[in-house]
Design a protein around this ligand. Structure first.
Ligand code: IPE
Ligand code: IPE
Ligand code: MG
Length: 248
């Protein structure tokens, strides 16, 4: 009980996360527990996504929210589940775009988009365009995303520049690599939350998470509430990030 009180205490001090990333996991188990179809779990997950964006928007210290919606490995799921997920993506983007825009939220998408249906690619590009000048919160959705594929793509881009004699191999540094990732214009995440109880990154933001604080929550994604977010933030606030140095 004491631990619970401590966990839910209002975060204080200077260490609040500016960039939170979330691995939204547990939709399938949520559905199985209720004896409903997996697609019901995914659509309930979509509702949790809406609630989360609103919770982040109303916590002014959060400037960036990055969400893992569909991994490149998720293409290996049965075709009907993949279809259901793609249809939900279509539905939510159409439904949420105007609200996001009214709320001054900028939407971005990262991933390997050549696998996505042309209409979805067009929808995502339209939402990005519509919201590009918004400043309150940047929401980045990782769709058909894999961190290793992102790093490989960056390597190819750099190699091409070398073959065109635009850069020398010894000019490659960490800043240059980061600048060729799809996340080039957003800072590294301060905090990665994974719901659903698994304790792994599943190919999410591997380069960017070198010094990210990790928080694993047993709650299944469709049940995720603002108070779960506040618990993760409170845990973050109590940690000391040393980045390899000695504490002050
Ligand atoms: C997360 O929920 C959503 C996606 C990966 C697309 P899951 O579908 O992985 O749910 P579990 O892990 O099977 O419960
Ligand atoms: C990670 O969840 C991907 C998303 C939440 C979008 P998975 O359910 O696909 O991950 P694994 O298979 O448990 O590692
Ligand atoms: Mg899962």
């Amino acid at each position: 009980m004491t631990e619970l009180l401590e966990e839910t205490a209002t975060p204080q001090g200077t260490s609040l996360p500016e960039h939170i990333a979330i691995i939204m996991d547990g939709n399938g188990r949520w559905a199985t527990e209720r004896g409903v179809s997996r697609v019901r779990g995914h659509s309930q997950g979509g509702e949790a996504f809406r609630g989360l964006v609103e919770a982040c928007r109303t916590r002014p210290f959060i400037k960036y929210l990055t969400l893992y919606a569909f991994s490149i490995e998720n293409w290996k799921r049965p075709a009907d589940e993949v279809d259901d997920l793609m249809n939900l993506l279509r539905h939510y983007m159409k439904r949420e775009a105007a609200t996001m825009n009214e709320n001054n939220v900028r939407m971005r998408f990262i991933g390997q988009f050549d696998n996505l249906a042309p209409d979805i690619r067009r929808d995502l590009a339209e939402v990005e365009e519509l919201t590009k000048n918004n400043t309150r919160l940047t929401v980045t959705m990782a769709v058909s995303y894999g961190a290793r594929q992102e790093i490989r793509h960056a390597m190819q881009q750099i190699a091409e520049k070398i073959s065109r004699n635009e850069i020398a191999p010894d000019a490659i540094d960490e800043t240059m690599i980061a600048a060729h990732l799809r996340t080039a214009d957003i800072p590294d995440p301060d905090l990665i939350i994974r719901t659903g109880g698994e304790q792994r990154l599943s190919n999410f933001l591997l380069w960017q998470s070198a010094y990210t604080e990790l928080y694993f929550d047993k709650v299944l994604w469709p049940d995720y509430l603002p108070e779960n977010l506040d618990q993760a933030i409170a845990s973050f606030s109590r940690r000391e990030r040393r980045f390899g140095k000695r504490n002050a």
